[in-house]
Ligand binder design. Structure first.
Ligand SMILES: C[S@@+](CC[C@H](N)C(=O)[O-])C[C@H]1O[C@@H](n2cnc3c(N)ncnc32)[C@H](O)[C@@H]1O
Length: 341
């Protein structure tokens, strides 16, 4: 399939593939997000034009996607021989999309070494969450879609990614050119920018966004509306180690990051979730982030975790705050809360 127009990717692939196994309400909601996507495309007109040339230059390959040792592998159909020229053209395209934050991937034999080895996070949560088999899932802050492919591999029927970062949007469509999976829909917007609806998803993943928002309770509340009653929230976040119901608020930067507004303790998150009608709220994993999970690589050659840690004492950040540690919280939406719309 030749893709000559990125707008087609952004719009038609999200909305215009009506499938009988997508509930009408979900399809309706996807359609209702079209206006927002068009606005974003207009706002990014210059970038889109640049990337239309990029997408026009993609080789025509359709194949399969599978996972091996945590790497998502996009492969060609077996009858096609490997082609050195094609590989070096893919290498070149991959390099044009640097920095790769999320991965790892392998595209027709070309490895993409991302800053984050996301397979470690997946390993921490996969055995701790209820089955994704036949589920309809929302992934809030999906990055370039690494976890969406893992969810599909785990049996998800449909994954809707919400991600405002333009580079991630381009990387997703580049990768999906090789898999052409119609069961992953990518909305290039924040959760809060999407149209409102209720009770659409079996599971909602909110991973790595909570501490980037100034209104964490409102952020979870916006997602909760979309969750079916009985559905599960999987919330992954930087977590502040404390037995109190509290927030850690960095004065300016945190591990060099200027967009970390607050880091909640588990009890703070729990109190928000109770207020939103969740029960069975469990902290299923807490891990200190290591440089095996987050580091500079050839495809993300800029500053990373190591540069955010004190050189004298790696238990603290350069600002002398506790080193990043991440928690995974699983909770079930069991009751409706008044005012939640
Ligand atoms: C730290 S990354 C985490 C990516 C991935 N979920 C993971 O766990 O590795 C946070 C991502 O969330 C996106 N993001 C931030 N605020 C968001 C919001 N309100 N709605 C949707 N995505 C958001 C950012 O653009 C970024 O790509």
């Amino acid at each position: 399939m030749r893709i000559s127009n990125l707008k087609k990717l952004a719009i038609e692939k999200v909305y215009d593939r009506y499938e009988s196994d997508v509930a009408p309400e979900l399809n309706q909601w996807l359609k209702s997000c079209i206006g927002g996507t068009k606005q974003i495309i207009i706002k990014n007109k210059k970038n889109i034009q640049r990337y239309e040339d990029f997408f026009d230059s993609l080789p025509i390959i359709s194949g399969s996607v599978n996972v091996k040792d945590g790497t998502i592998i996009f492969d060609r159909s077996p009858e096609k021989n490997s082609d050195f020229k094609q590989q070096s053209s893919i290498k070149n395209l991959v390099n044009q999309l640097i920095p790769w934050r999320k991965g790892p991937y392998n595209v027709i034999g070309v490895p993409i070494e991302s800053e984050w080895n996301c397979s470690l996070k997946w390993d921490r949560l996969a055995s701790k969450i209820p089955s994704l088999e036949n589920n309809v899932i929302m992934d809030v802050g999906s990055g370039n879609g690494y976890f969406a492919w893992r969810m599909r591999e785990a049996g998800a029927r449909l994954v809707v990614c919400l991600e405002p970062n333009f580079a991630s949007f381009i990387q997703f469509h580049f990768l999906n050119q090789f898999a052409d999976d119609p069961k992953i829909r990518f909305l290039p917007m924040t959760l809060e920018e999407s149209s409102k609806s209720q009770y659409l998803f079996d599971k909602i993943f909110i991973m790595g966004t909570l501490y980037h928002t100034k209104a964490p309770f409102e952020h979870i509340k916006s997602a909760t509306c979309f969750l079916k009653k009985g559905g599960f929230l999987i919330l992954e976040t930087l977590i502040f180690k404390s037995d109190e119901c509290t927030l850690f608020v960095p004065k300016e930067r945190y591990a060099r990051m200027s967009n970390v507004w607050q880091i909640p303790s588990f009890l703070a998150v729990k109190s928000w979730l109770i207020a939103l009608g969740f029960s069975d709220i469990e902290l299923v994993s807490v891990e200190i982030t290591t440089t095996a999970e987050q580091r500079a690589t050839q495809h993300m050659p800029f500053k990373s975790l190591n540069d955010g840690l004190s050189q004298e004492d790696d238990k603290v950040t350069v600002e002398s705050y506790p080193r990043p540690q991440r928690g995974i919280i699983v909770a079930q939406r069991t009751s409706d809360v008044i005012g939640l719309k």
